[in-house]
Design a protein around this ligand. Structure first.
Ligand code: FMN
Length: 217
């Protein structure tokens, strides 16, 4: 008897092979992330690109705050901030970051862990230049995460810098992007009876081959 003639009594007991389909389909996690963000842009009332960014301080104490995801590049995610801020110092020191995007209306989340480095090149200059003049001057005026005596002290600093820097301030040397290059990306979507779908993409290092694993909810 050849193999092809062997009756397979167990066929019906076996789970179907796990083919990632629908919103999870594809072989590039950055394309999937971009698709999900576009869906969220249509469904969320505001800030679909808001993400909770985690870092860790010198004592190993985790820290988390919201920032805005500004670019999904070919192999990385970029946001902008003040390099002297708590997050700036923590990310510079550890070289690692994690973030989560959560869309309540879509009932989906994307979790990312990876390496982080400053993104200070021409992209940072052009993003800075694209912001309103008030925002550009605000970036100059704010010593983000440092104590502030009063709101009026901050406004006086904005006024002083407005006179000093004029209508085309350069990007401050202490303000720019951070680029997170993931080694892990998890796509999560709400399922019936809390049996959610989770797919974890993982690679040994940036640039290495991804492997995808379905996880228990
Ligand atoms: C929706 C939302 C978006 C924000 N986006 C940014 C951002 O893109 N960059 C930034 O530096 N702070 C952003 N903030 C402020 C940060 O949450 C945080 O207060 C600030 O960056 C200081 O954090 P740190 O002291 O941990 O460095 C945002 C806050 C909210 C609520």
């Amino acid at each position: 008897m050849t193999n092809t003639e062997t009756p397979d009594h167990h066929q019906e007991d076996r789970p179907e092979p796990d083919t990632r389909s629908g919103i999870f389909a594809g072989d590039d996690p950055f394309v999937i992330a971009q698709d999900w963000l576009e869906a969220a842009t249509r469904s969320e009332p505001n800030d679909p690109n808001a993400m909770a960014l985690a870092s860790v301080d010198a004592q190993g104490m985790p820290n988390v705050r919201m920032v805005l995801l500004k670019d999904i590049a070919a192999d990385s995610f970029v946001f902008y901030t003040n390099y002297g801020s708590a997050k700036g110092q923590e990310l510079d020191a550890s070289g690692m970051a994690a973030f989560v995007l959560h869309w309540k209306s879509l009932r989906r989340q994307i979790r990312v862990r990876g390496m982080v480095e400053r993104a200070e090149g021409p992209d940072a200059d052009s993003y800075y230049a694209s912001r309103s003049l008030q925002s550009r001057l605000g970036a100059w005026a704010s010593r983000q995460s440092q104590p502030l005596a009063s709101r009026s002290a901050l406004m006086a600093e904005v006024a002083r810098l407005t006179l000093k820097l004029g209508p085309k301030p350069p990007r401050p040397p202490f303000w720019g992007g951070f680029r997170i290059t993931p080694v892990e990306i998890e796509f999560w979507a709400d399922g019936a009876f809390r049996l959610h779908d989770r797919y974890r993409w993982r690679r040994a290092a940036p640039g290495a081959q991804w492997s995808v694993t379905r996880l228990n909810p």
